[in-house]
Design a binder for this molecule. Sequence first.
Ligand code: HEM
Length: 128
Amino acid sequence: MATGNQPSLYERLGGVYAIATVVDDFIDRIMVDPRLNANPRVNDAHHRVSPAGFKYLVTEMVCWATGGPQKYTGRTMRESHQALMITAAEWQAFLDDFQQTLDKFSVPQAAQRELKAIVDSTRADIVV
Ligand code: HEM
């Protein structure tokens, strides 16, 4: 939701169509990243889940977390990542992929910082 005169991050990113486009590129990037798929549990999961469904859930989450009207219906970050035993190095590779996607779409720096803060807030639930 917008607070005062400041549009929400969701609005500044351009709403669901823009967010879904960015998520589409990002998920395509991470699902084939050899630095992430070197973890056999991540590799298995990346080949088990449907890319379209995965993109749907991540889009829903990003819209929700940035102040959009959507509601996130997926599992918690701890539930969905606990068994994957994601390492700090894998987390760095994930952030590197994220940066590449943000740069590809020329997401403004202020919005990048806010998105990275949201991602960072999930780290403790995702990295072992
Ligand atoms: C190194 C970092 C990460 C890796 C390797 C990773 C990998 C994965 C994999 C393989 C799945 C499918 C799990 C399954 O269904 O069994 C998954 C689910 C998911 N991830 Fe990640 N993830 C990472 C970080 C993140 C972050 C930072 C977010 C969001 C801020 C996120 C959002 C999601 C969502 C929304 C799902 C779907 C949850 C559900 O199934 O209900 N992930 N992730």
